[in-house]
Design a protein around this ligand. Structure first.
Ligand SMILES: [Zn+2]
Length: 104
């Protein structure tokens, strides 16, 4: 079994001569859109602890689906929601991946 100090996957280990190793903490990945996978703007890429110390308005954009979907996907989804409510679009005309965000 690997020694406890070496088990973490968030810490990169580089082994050097003499059984020693150099550690480097991996950077947290950027937040991506839930539909298209684009990198979200306005969402800082920091660890959970550092994010919890930020004020809520600096953690994600304060619009609908802010921090979950990119702006263009959110806009498209809101249009689909309105058309669904009006009866212009039928439920089976909307992609299945969009339905989990619409809650209809
Ligand atoms: Zn998107």
């Amino acid at each position: 079994m690997v020694a406890p100090r070496l088990r973490s996957r968030s810490v990169k280990k580089k082994f050097v001569k003499g059984g020693r190793f150099i550690t480097k903490q991996k950077k947290p990945s950027r937040a991506v859109c839930g539909l298209c996978g684009a990198v979200l703007s306005g969402v800082p890429s920091r660890g959970v602890y550092e994010l919890s110390k930020l004020p809520k308005v600096k953690r994600r954009p304060s619009r609908v689906f802010g921090g979950v979907l990119c702006a263009s996907c959110a806009q498209r989804l809101l249009i689909e929601k309105a058309r669904l409510k009006k009866g212009v679009l039928a439920r089976d005309q909307i992609p299945v991946s969009h339905l989990k965000f619409l809650k209809v």
